[in-house]
Design a protein around this ligand. Structure first.
Ligand SMILES: Cc1cc2nc3c(=O)[nH]c(=O)nc-3n(C[C@H](O)[C@H](O)[C@H](O)COP(=O)(O)O)c2cc1C
Length: 244
């Protein structure tokens, strides 16, 4: 599919047929991963492809029982990897905040490129941030050495077309795309209209229907128990990173 059409057609896919992604398709996704822009040309993202069913089951459980992880074809883990830079330059842990920012940026870009490439091939997937609850055990499972930390993951597979939905409606454009300078576009009337659209999406979708809207679901997320940031901070320190 044409690049813009692919990007505009995005929807997260959490139901897969169980077929494996063909090696030539995986190779095309790897081309997209390899050519992604890179902070300072450091090229410090390492992508680990997990297919072992036992590992996928365990990662799914550690990520808050996300069954789509257990059932995907390939689970990609995008890591900030300082080891190559340690070999070529005289740097040692602790690695400061600028590497953390660079690593988060680069892992995000690689992840989105991999997802877009997969979608352009008729495959599908969903980005996974929920792995963080199990970051330490996942890190041990993948044998990550000092200087390597996972910042984002991606489930990929062949979409079960039965479960394709309408796209999730987004906020009004003017709320988040602006000309020249920042303008506060928050507007109760537009919010009400948007909430009605989201409500209709949740109530009428084919599967996992619920009565909810954007305001309520956002509030629930913000007030609920989000992934433990202190655990991630401590883990980053153990892996040789710090916030200076
Ligand atoms: C950084 C990031 C982390 C995410 N983590 C998860 C996750 O752990 N599990 C999940 O099912 N979806 C996850 N998502 C997918 C979002 O829920 C999804 O993109 C959003 O609801 C919009 O839906 P859409 O992608 O179908 O348009 C994540 C998305 C991003 C960008």
């Amino acid at each position: 599919m044409d690049a813009l059409e692919t990007i505009k057609s995005h929807q997260s896919i959490r139901r897969f047929t169980g077929e494996k992604i063909a090696p030539e398709q995986m190779s095309a996704i790897e081309d997209a991963i390899a050519q992604t822009s890179s902070t300072c040309f450091y090229q410090f993202v390492t992508t680990i492809k997990v297919q072992d069913p036992a590992k996928l089951e365990r990662i799914a459980a550690l990520s808050g029982e996300q069954d789509h992880i257990a059932k995907c074809s390939h689970f990609l883990v995008f890591c900030l990897d300082m080891t190559k830079l340690m070999h070529v330059a005289d740097i040692k842990p602790p690695f400061g905040f600028r590497f953390i920012i660079g690593g988060i940026n680069d892992c995000s870009l690689v992840c989105q490129n991999a997802l877009t490439a997969a979608e352009s091939l008729g495959l599908g997937g969903v980005i996974i941030g929920g792995y963080k609850a199990g970051i330490k055990e996942i890190s041990q499972m993948l044998k990550l050495p000092q200087g390597v930390v996972p910042f984002l993951c991606l489930c990929l597979g062949v979409p079960d077309k039965e479960y394709l939905e309408e796209q999730k409606p987004r906020l009004p454009r003017s709320w988040f795309i602006m000309d020249e300078e920042y303008k506060d576009k928050f507007n109760e009337q537009e919010l009400e209209q948007y909430n009605a659209q989201v409500q209709s999406y949740f109530e009428n979708r084919k599967y996992n229907q619920r009565s909810d809207n954007w305001t309520n679901s956002t509030k629930k997320m913000l007030q609920g128990t989000l992934s433990p940031a202190t655990g991630v901070l401590n883990y980053l320190k153990e892996q040789g990173f710090d916030f200076f």
